[in-house]
Design a protein around this ligand. Structure first.
Ligand code: BG6
Ligand code: MG
Length: 218
């Protein structure tokens, strides 16, 4: 398939940080006097921090002043960072290193394409930063997924044409962003939810080396 560049989303693909985002948003919701459920947290996957807070306030029926909005954004992130602080490499999702090691051995460049502004800190905590040739995160983009911007910048930084890149994503908006970038999209998670992906796997344990070899073969 002649894939020359690999791009990975972070949250939900490399590490399961959704649970920490959930706890931090739940703490804020509870402080504001309402409940926030796991089901509602699904809406937050792949979505920017700002947009998440807008959705959260909608759920709670709360109208915020700009000053409150900014303060709650900061508060949520401080809370989230306290959970991140305790992360280590045991939190890398199963068989992610298997894939990264294979790519490194094959000299295939690797990029991160994440909406998170905390991406670099998380990769450092789980000791995966050295694998990445390019990092594109919430600090480098102006348009959120499903806009292809994050992945197009990643491809450019790898020096690989978009048509020769593959993206691993757990969010619907992320799969759409990859498709919009004309890249091969691989859904990690529920096949029913990620039905727009070119390929689907529950997690990386289902991805074998032969499949990876097929992707990079001419
Ligand atoms: C995405 C997550 O990767 O990053 C979202 O799936 C999160 O849930 C977004 O809101 C922004 O993250 P951060 O770390 O900048 O608040
Ligand atoms: Mg994700």
């Amino acid at each position: 398939m002649n894939i020359r560049g690999f791009i990975f989303d972070l949250d939900g693909v490399i590490v399961d940080t959704a649970k920490y985002h959930y706890l931090a948003w739940k703490n804020l919701a509870n402080e504001l006097g309402f409940e926030f459920t796991h089901e509602q947290n699904e809406l937050f996957k792949g979505v920017s921090r700002k947009r998440c807070l807008e959705i959260l306030l909608d759920i709670g029926g709360i109208t915020a002043t700009q000053e409150q909005f900014d303060r709650w954004m900061v508060e949520k992130n401080i809370d989230y960072l306290a959970y991140i602080e305790k992360m280590d490499k045991s939190e890398i999702l199963p068989d992610v290193p298997k894939v990264l090691d294979f790519l490194r051995d094959e000299n295939i460049p690797i990029a991160l394409g994440s909406a998170s502004k905390n991406a670099k800190a998380i990769l450092e905590k789980v000791e995966l930063l050295p694998y990445f040739d390019a990092l594109v995160d919430g600090n480098n983009v102006t348009k959120a997924k499903p806009d292809p911007e994050v992945f197009l910048i990643g491809a450019k930084q790898l020096g690989v044409a978009p048509e020769h890149c593959v993206v691993f994503e757990d969010a619907v908006a992320g799969i759409q962003a990859a498709n919009n970038a004309h890249m091969l999209s691989i859904g990690i998670g529920d096949k029913k939810i990620l039905s727009e992906a070119d390929y689907n796997f529950s997690d990386f344990t289902e991805i074998n080396i032969d499949f990876l070899k097929q992707l990079i073969s001419e």
